[in-house]
Design a protein around this ligand. Structure first.
Ligand code: FES
Length: 175
């Protein structure tokens, strides 16, 4: 009898504590989205928010470099000749076979958008340099073509294409 009486409050106390803990967790979980929306963190924005880029000032044959998530992004307005060169290469000649069409947006074929970090050891290649008129990496000599595909040198893969979309004919959102 004594044992039973003393055990009951203990069990009840535990249940109260457990219920309180669940309620507290629920309150935090509910509050988080509101906190998150009300207080956008500046460092998070700088580190990962999408960026809009106006393409209007980029003339045919020019390339610009912008930064997204701290990474250099090359945006190249390719000439008709550069697009044709990229598309004339047989895939069998490419170390990392990808069609040019798969690396650009349909209807905006002149625009190449790539992450400007060499896939060898991470140097920043130079645009419009090298034997393929695409990108040349000065660190160990990797050469990429006008589609950003690796053509020669130690780099094992093409320059990656970041996630992006055309908002208008002259504006893209990266990220
Ligand atoms: S880092 Fe570019 S070739 Fe080595």
């Amino acid at each position: 009898m004594t044992t039973s009486t003393s055990a009951e409050p203990t069990r009840r106390d535990f249940l109260y504590v457990a219920t309180g803990a669940v309620a507290a967790v629920g309150a935090v979980a509910t509050a988080w989205p509101f906190i998150s929306q009300m207080n956008p963190d500046a460092s998070t924005v700088a580190a990962g928010a999408p960026i809009d880029v106006d393409l209007a000032p980029v003339a045919e044959g020019q390339a610009i470099k912008v930064f997204w998530r701290g990474k250099p992004i090359y945006i190249m307005n390719r000439s008709k000749k550069e697009v044709e060169e990229a598309r004339a290469v047989p895939l069998s000649q490419l170390p990392d076979p990808q069609t040019d069409q798969s690396r650009v947006k349909e209807g905006h074929d002149q625009w190449l958008v790539v992450i400007g970090i060499c896939t060898h050891l991470g140097c920043i290649p130079i645009a419009h340099q090298g034997d393929y008129d695409g990108f040349f990496c000065p660190c160990h000599g990797s050469q990429y073509d006008t589609s950003g595909r690796i053509r020669r040198g130690p780099a094992p893969a093409n320059l990656p294409v970041p996630p992006y979309a055309f908002l208008t004919d002259t504006k893209i959102k990266i990220g």
